[in-house]
Design a protein around this ligand. Sequence first.
Ligand code: SF4
Ligand code: SF4
Length: 234
Amino acid sequence: MFVPGNLILEDKTFKEKLVILKKLFILFDRLSEELKKACLEGCSACCTRNVTLTGLEAKYVLDGLNSDEKEAILTKIVNESHKKRLVPQTTINELAKLCMAGEEPPEEFGDPAWGECPLLSDNRCMIYALRPFACRCMISKQRCDVTGFSEMDEYAVTLSNVFMQYLEHIDIGGHFGNLSDMLLIEGGNKSHVATIQPDNILVNKSLEMLMVPLEDREMIAHVIKEIQKTMILT
Ligand code: SF4
Ligand code: SF4
């Protein structure tokens, strides 16, 4: 565990938080360029129904779409809403707190066999430039469609977890859930929202400790400085 430093965000407006989110995505993309990566746009074996995201990320997706695109995406999600999907049991900051307390986290159930992401069309992501962090941080050293599984560098996992913890923190007061549920909550009409089970949605938690193994602390200290610069200057 690693203390994250100054994280005061109360004075940020919703628009400023969206700007921070975008800058964190850009920073992550830059930092991850240095990692060995076989992932490319159009490679979609990892595009399952089990993607999770914060409410702020869902708003970022919806904000970047025109009304026709939004309608098409929400309709596709509603049409597939009967299909099984991962319903998260904890957020990442909640998980960090459980680990700090030496408690066992609840089990998560997400089977890739439940099918492909509703935003995948002809093997292409319909929102690629706006895709959530959970999709950006899939960094496999080998093509999963060739080998049948992804292989992530241990530092890449740490880097992703750190960003995920900050992304949850900047959306304090907001929610967390499966991509389908969160897009309907943030962009759907009343009847769409009424179809969502309240238990499917979690409340975001503040960042108190970062999950960083000892061997990655030095590298992550530099990353944290860059993340904090991004958050403070916005
Ligand atoms: S994680 Fe695997 S399936 Fe996903 S983009 Fe990377 S190589 Fe392709
Ligand atoms: S949002 Fe896009 S990148 Fe993410 S899983 Fe769905 S299709 Fe794939």
